[in-house]
Design a protein around this ligand. Sequence first.
Ligand code: ZN
Ligand code: ZN
Length: 607
Amino acid sequence: MSNQNLTFCESRMKSYLQAIGRRIKIARFILSISILSSFLFTGCKTPSSKENDGTSNKAFEDYSASFIEALWKQNPDWATTAGYHKYDSILVIPDRNSINASLKFAKNQLDSLAAMDPKLLSAANQTDFYLIQNLLKESQWNYDTLKSYQWDPSSYNVSGTFAFILTENYAPLDKRLKSINGRLVNVPEYYKAAKNIISNPVPELLNLAVDQNLGGLSVFENDLLDSLKVSTLSASEKKQITERSAKAVAAIKDYTKWLKELKSEKPRSFRLGKELYGRKFAHNIQSAYTADQIYDSAVARKEEVQLKMALISRQLWPKYFGTKPMPKDSLELIGKMIDTLSVNHVKQQDFQTAISDIIPGLNKFINDKKLITLDPTKPLIVRKEPAYMAGVAGASISAPGPYDKGGNTYYNVGSITNWPKEKAESYLREYNHYIMQILDIHEAIPGHYTQLVYANQSPSLIKSLLGNGAMIEGWAVYTEQMMLENGFGNNQPEMWLMWYKWHLRTVCNTILDYSVHAGNMSKDEAMHLLIKEAFQQKAEAEGKWKRVSVSNVQLTSYYTGYKEIIDLRRDYKAKLGDKFNLKSFHEKFLSYGSTPVKYIKTLMLEK
Ligand code: ZN
Ligand code: ZN
């Protein structure tokens, strides 16, 4: 699959990569591509069972507000893309001074936190406390141990925030152009500092840096100049911006040229290495499990899922193949059944409508089965994908950023009407009759959209900025299974088989990521895993290899979150016995906002 064929989950991944990119910017100064949507993550107001007279909460909330102000001052780019525009005209130069300033910031803030006792806080504040603490520790670790600012040249790229300021309509164009004028000044120094700090870069990340920086040139060479034409700035201001922009372009070109000519004595491997991987997993995913445990669990899950798929395929064989002999090899058998079932798909021109048409049925099913309360005052607004998002097919949720409370949340559904026939056919086979429904469950109801509505019931800026990706993705993955368990799709074996295939990708993402970065998995071994054992198309598998060679850990978030939720449900059931009710479990779980599942677990199982 090409980039445009990103599956739903994959496109969500991309947006999390961006979100994570913004977080890590504390350590890496990177600018990620502008965010089309950011999610509002929130907390809940459940009081802690511990003694609580309110003064501790008040003190923490004051601290939290001042922390965010300080965070923005320290990270102007992150502030801009989060919708806080006080520092738009500042571009931080990524030199030793700024690293020291970031380390000092982390230490001071951690000292402030150390003076407070999280046990005295409400559940919502307690989880905010841990999210802040984790972010700061991660930042320290990034600087003193991981040091990716030295070996990852792709962490230096200015174009993303410039593009964000140009395209997001949060202020009049002239005002935004003035900010751009301000931040342009430091671009040459920015790249000079990057060249000073880079040593023995990872070759794959070096290539990525070249591609992405060159890709970002159009922001200056086209978009900025076009915007200048329609602005009402004075002629001298326009001239100044044009000149500064030309210097920025020259600096970017010089950086990419320098990278291409760079001779490293011993370039760092793209593999993170077992020890760093374990630490990064702990910081990023914030799971109760270690990376090793999640890997072992994913391997066992893969075997289990393949076994179930073989059983279903044997059962379905006569229906689709009559008396034709069944392949002896069970993976081959499953592959044949999947190929056959994938033919059941809508017509190219009907794709967009078909995706929207599934939603009312999901609503009804959830209400009939009493799986979770869907707020009738907040129906999902389905819209045809807006032009600026065109190209990303499938479906995605756009939610307003944390500083844009009045904004609408949309379910964007893309069209593939204008795609070439062959490309569309391959996409439609992937998003066949069965997978389309699972896509809507994952993305919309009761997956991401429903989670978002619950999270918004008591907003916390901290959770909206630092919310846990594994919890969010884990919930969406969990709901797919939960809907099928409750009879969605009439328990059709076809539906289960296709879901298992979809689910296997989540499982294999974890196996792949761990095996490559904590182990030594070769490309051939990776291809075998994805194509033979997880039934993926070659192009999709190739794309995944490329991705795992320039990213790490994030691919494990889906399966980890899913597993933790399944485990929590089991434990909660054991705790409540006859009193267990699935609907209350879901509503209670979601009431804590986008908090790492391990904290929700403690809060739900305590007492
Ligand atoms: Zn997702
Ligand atoms: Zn077809």
